[in-house]
Design a protein around this ligand. Structure first.
Ligand SMILES: Cc1cc2nc3c(=O)[nH]c(=O)nc-3n(C[C@H](O)[C@H](O)[C@H](O)COP(=O)(O)O)c2cc1C
Length: 287
């Protein structure tokens, strides 16, 4: 998740997962400029040995640039390269990238073909159901993906125009999974082990992808976790500082985590979200 699952955050989740090893995907990296290996992309592409095999996700709308970016991602050590065809943010999708690719399936096919031809590691695709409810195209996307040699399809069961509203449509995800020859990973609203098992047993997906629930419950991968909010917040801070974050940068990320983590204690939540600086924020968590 862009702006969320960077290296310090993934380190935190790994530590809180008690030996369970989630399969991590990078934040999405832009393949939009002529140079792919920008400082920002190089930073976002970093991963720990313990995260291997690691997946680097890319977004863009230009086949040549994405093919080049895919090769660079492979050279940076990615075991899998994934194309994002799901991001609904206007600055991404209105330019034809992310979910914008669902409005131009010939270009999606061209991009997948170019990426596939340029890498040896498996190519994955992550997408939504379609641009809007009148243009659901996930069946065509599956056909294109299989035709172009994509080896795993992750389906977020919403349309672009839905954003994050409403519930993901798991019936459609299930239909896609039943039809697919490649593994389909279901995505949308998974926040418990019961939902994971339900998705696998009743919707035929090979696995699930978990997004926002990790912010609300960073212990989600650990069935016997000891919940220690203060410990997790302070550790996240430590991991960001070790990674060279500036205090104000870290403050934003701490608030992002705490806004979800502390939603059951609204007064405290409001107090910490109003903190003007890093020290003031940390005072609330220091015994
Ligand atoms: C802040 C934020 C950033 C996201 N960034 C990405 C991204 O970079 N790549 C991606 O494939 N999905 C991204 N997503 C979408 C999630 O991966 C996921 O598909 C979506 O949130 C639905 O799953 P969930 O209900 O488990 O959160 C992002 C979601 C959020 C809320």
């Amino acid at each position: 998740m862009s702006g969320v699952t960077d290296l310090p955050f993934r380190r935190l989740i790994r530590e809180l997962s008690g030996g369970c090893a989630p399969f991590f995907v990078s934040e999405f990296l832009s393949a939009g400029s002529s140079v792919f290996l920008t400082p920002a992309n190089l930073r976002a592409a970093r991963f720990d040995k313990e995260e291997e095999p690691f997946c680097i996700q890319l977004f863009g709308h230009n086949a040549d640039k994405l093919a080049n970016a895919a090769l660079q991602a492979q050279e940076l050590g990615a075991a899998f390269v994934e194309l994002n065809a799901g991001c609904p943010a206007p600055k991404v999708s209105n330019k034809g990238s992310g979910a914008g690719l669902l409005r131009d399936l010939p270009n999606l096919a061209k991009i997948l073909q170019a990426m596939k031809a340029n890498i040896k590691v498996p190519l994955f695709l992550k997408c939504r159901l379609g641009w809007d409810e009148n243009s659901i195209c996930i069946n065509e996307v599956l056909e294109i993906a299989e035709g172009e040699g994509v080896e795993q399809l992750t389906v977020h069961g919403r349309t672009k125009t839905q954003g994050y509203k409403g519930l993901a449509n798991w019936d459609i995800i299930g239909e896609v999974a039943a039809k697919a020859k490649i593994p389909v990973i279901g995505n949308g609203d998974i926040n418990s082990m019961e939902k994971v098992l339900n998705a696998i047993e009743n919707y035929g997906v090979k696995g699930v992808a978990i997004g926002r629930a990790v912010l609300r419950n960073p212990w989600i991968f650990n069935p016997s976790a000891k919940i220690d909010v203060r410990g997790a917040v302070l550790r996240f801070n430590e991991l960001m500082m070790q990674d060279g974050f500036r205090p104000m940068q870290a403050l934003g990320r701490l608030k992002q985590l705490c806004a979800r983590l502390c939603s059951d204690v609204p007064d405290f939540r409001l107090k910490i979200l109003r903190c003007q600086n890093h020290d003031e924020f940390l005072d609330n968590f220091t015994p």
